[in-house]
Design a protein around this ligand. Structure first.
Ligand code: ADP
Ligand code: ASP
Ligand code: MG
Length: 416
């Protein structure tokens, strides 16, 4: 069994869907399970729908009809026959969501979010499955909510591995071509849950693990894992081989090409993860597997933009001791700040954080009561794995360095 995952970028329009079919024709489609994400940026569109549902009810209908139009245009370019049943199927999925909005009584934002945003994947997988059937790639559409069972921590549900293993073993026909959704699961009451943004890579890994797959392939708009994000770096090199451990490190520091949760289930069963280009499916891409740490062994650059650097010192110039640090971390935890770098000296303490939940003002207000605080927002955090001097120079050359920290294999540099 092979698991394939196609992300939003690969199915952003009708040509993308046709290209998925071409990839399957090129690399084979038996004994295969395809996981697909919502089309293009549809998850963001569904997120604004939820926002409207809570803040701006009068906009719900028009946002929903924009979402339907986007998918209808794709259908128009995929199906000659304008009375193909797929039109009705997509229409009824949208109606189902509309009906949910009318009957829903729950004020729980995260619950409503999961019941809503999940339609992105339900629609994309329904379209892909119908198109593949239409062109003769016979396949089975599977509702992933009947396969992946989770707790009810909506928006960041945790997998119930035993229940999931049992369902997947029972319900997936490993001989066929199967099409299912990334990102989704369901709780004990069968309400839809989601696994966290960008979670479809993780879905592929869950299936890989439970089916003892021979491999998991994530098809991307890049040739594989590169030694730097091509959006920010001009010269990049393809990494042919990465060990699980090295890949976990890269994903942890923010190499967004692989969702960090993807690697652990695969490592446990030593299932290889291939990252390949959906435009050049015959190219080898990157293999994440047991073996060499990194080939070629070159410095790898990871950048996180829009970070916040906070430096604290005590008001009376006394030392920053364990008690202060524990207090600071309690606040960071309270305001859901992800801490990327920590540096401390006798009288000062600095943290570089990700302000994902817009809680910075509240955090600063709290900190200022106890410490002298300097805050630099909009800084960039560069992490270089396997650095050398010229790699460090290339980052520092035209920037102001605010903080730098060297570990054995890794250097982190915060710049303005
Ligand atoms: P998907 O469509 O599967 O969700 P993503 O957009 O999440 O795809 O991931 C692919 C993108 O990841 C690439 O277009 C690239 O900009 C970015 N990226 C970040 N770091 C790297 C890296 N080290 N190597 C390759 N791509 C990277
Ligand atoms: N569609 C979801 C998102 O955009 C999941 C994914 O694509 O991985 O976050
Ligand atoms: Mg993604």
């Amino acid at each position: 069994m092979r698991i394939f995952k196609f992300g939003g970028a690969s199915v952003k329009d009708a040509n993308g869907v046709k290209n998925v079919a071409k990839v399957l024709q090129t690399v084979g489609h038996d004994n295969t399970l395809v996981i697909v994400s919502a089309m293009g940026k549809m998850t963001n569109a569904f997120e604004s729908l939820v926002e409207n549902y809570f803040q701006n009810k009068s906009e719900v209908k028009s946002t929903l009809s924009r979402i339907l139009d986007y998918h209808t245009e794709i259908l128009d370019n995929l199906f000659e026959n304008k009375s193909h049943p797929i039109y009705e199927k997509i229409g009824s999925l949208v109606k189902e969501l509309d009906a949910f909005f009318i009957v829903n009584k729950s004020p729980d934002y995260n619950f409503v979010y999961d019941q809503t945003v999940s339609y992105g994947e339900l629609i994309s997988s329904t379209i892909l499955s119908a198109y593949l059937n239409e062109i003769g790639l016979s396949n089975q559409w599977l509702d992933v909510r009947e396969l992946i069972k989770t707790d009810n921590y909506y928006r960041r549900a945790k997998v119930n591995w035993d229940a999931t293993q049992e369902k997947i073993t029972k319900k997936v026909d490993v001989k066929r071509l199967n099409i299912s959704q990334g990102f989704l699961g369901s709780d004990a009451n069968n309400f839809t849950t989601t696994l966290g943004r960008e979670g479809s890579d993780y879905t592929a890994a869950i299936f890989g693990y439970c089916l003892n797959a021979q491999s998991v392939t994530i098809w991307k708009d890049v040739p594989g894992v590169l030694n730097a994000d091509p959006r920010y770096f001009e010269k990049t090199q393809l990494l042919n081989q990465i060990s699980y451990r090295e890949a976990i490190e890269l994903a942890f520091y923010g190499a967004s090409v692989i969702h960090p949760k993807t690697l652990q289930p695969l490592q446990r069963k030593e299932i290889p993860l291939y990252v390949k280009s959906f435009l050049n499916p015959k190219e080898a891409g990157t293999s994440v597997s047991k073996g060499k740490d990194l080939d070629p062994k070159v410095p790898c650059f990871i950048v996180k933009k829009n970070q916040v650097l906070i430096s604290l010192s005590t008001l009376d110039f006394s030392f920053i001791v364990e008690e202060n640090i524990s207090e600071i971390f309690n606040l960071l935890h309270l305001y859901k700040m992800k801490v990327d770098v920590i540096q401390n000296s006798a009288i000062s303490f600095s943290v570089c954080i990700d302000n994902n939940y817009n809680n910075l003002e509240k955090l600063l207000h709290h900190l200022k009561a106890k410490f002298k605080v300097t805050c630099n927002d909009n800084v960039s955090l560069y992490t270089i794995r396997h650095y050398d001097n010229s790699a460090i120079k290339s980052i520092e050359k035209d920037k102001t360095v605010l903080l730098k920290q060297l570990y054995q294999e890794t250097v982190q540099i915060v710049t303005k």
